[in-house]
Design a protein around this ligand. Sequence first.
Ligand SMILES: Cc1ncc(COP(=O)(O)O)c(C=O)c1O
Length: 496
Amino acid sequence: MLSPAFITKNQHFLALFPKGLAPAFKTQAYIKKYNSKTNSCLNYTTSSESKQESATLESVSSEIQGYSNYMLNTYKKPNFFLEKGEGCYLFDSSGKKHLDFTAGIAVVALGHSNPQISEIISTQSKKLVHVSNLFYTREACQLAKSLVEATLKYYPQGKVGIYEPTYTNSAPTPKVFFTNSGTEANEGAIKFARKYGKIIANAGKVRVSQNNILKTEPNLKYHMHSFIDGFHGRSTGSLALTPNPKYQDPYTPLIPGVTFSRFNETKELNTFINELTCGVIVEPVQGEGGINTASIDFLKAVRRRCDEVGAVLIYDEIQCGLARTGNFWAHHAYPPECSPDIVTFAKPLGNGFPIGAILVSDKIAQTVNVGDHGTTFGGNPLGCAVGNYVVSQLSQQEFLSTVKENGNYLKQKLNNLASPYMGNQIKDVRGTGLIQGIEFKSSPSHIVKRAQELCLLLVEASKNTIRFVPPLIVTKAQIDDAVRILDQIFKETFSN
Ligand SMILES: Cc1ncc(COP(=O)(O)O)c(C=O)c1O
């Protein structure tokens, strides 16, 4: 999986041959090319290589120009094709090797072209690819079970939300609904929150001191609350919960009844979250919004307020979940009083194969009936076969400990790197595990561009921040390489 900020040749072939007529010819030739010659940009190139390289760049550039007639471009992309990946590296059309600290925007946790995953895709594709949700498959059932088990295993002390035992004699049993993407997971979560809100309002279970109106109009309990700098996706419901004019303005009006307040600000919660609110969505670590970690007090207060007004607490762990912070879920770092009712996730679950999911508490699950929600592709056996492998790796204690250790190492290296510029060009270094950010005083786009020239791929986040979300298998040596390149760029850029 690559982020859409990079061009892949397959996208262009598809644009040229939209009916699946794309010739499958070139792949083998590319692979041979990489094996015979790779310019590791990280070690820099010789002058004859540079000449050859600029000729290749020119021809690739005109090829991309030709394809641009066919592609609807909603992303600004560099002028090369990415053609192959291996672990933490990507190889472009001139054979250059890039160190990938974007991981397709926090997706490729187990690295590009992971051999086990390739094998699983190959085997499963010969067995069963798709059957629809009209039937059970073992792959989907097993993935749901592993997700629930890993969730409970690393947080056994919880008594709230998805950890709440609903029946005195049985274990808590959160349940999983599979989707195709993050935004689709959030759309489902909004629907489940609305249905739950309707049911408890109808049953007269909402405290109505402030809004007596609910006694006569239970359908008014449909409002959703989210937080400034949160990002929840681009489909219209998720977009409505993403309070960023850049994303929302071209498409308003969006779904009604959405309120926002400041992240990590507890005083505003009572004003905006009330008996008409059916759901509150928050990222425990905001990714797109600039790598902002929720404080324990803030999440405790949000949970408390949700309980007071009968609203569902949704954690969007699409970017920060599934081992990225060094915990299986980012919220596992918080005390039980912060537990959510719903967790949405996607990105790394398929290591690039599109799959997402919604994990709901048993209490919410009891309000969702057959026919209430659906999807054609969500939970197909191919995606779930990959998901089973991904979860089996990401849920291992040793894996999580390594992410924590390497995350601390990255943070320490970024702090050292930033310290000469702190307070001047750089404002802050922050993050948890392998989701880290450097906030600059002004836009760091030129730094990201220069890094790309030196074959380090980075992605920006808002608030003038560069985001560091490498594959979770990144090594300390690769972190050193990335920091060395950035050190060179900072010296070039900031010393005069
Ligand atoms: C926190 C968060 N939520 C939702 C989304 C949307 O996910 P998708 O792009 O898979 O629809 C993203 C994507 O970056 C995200 O970071």
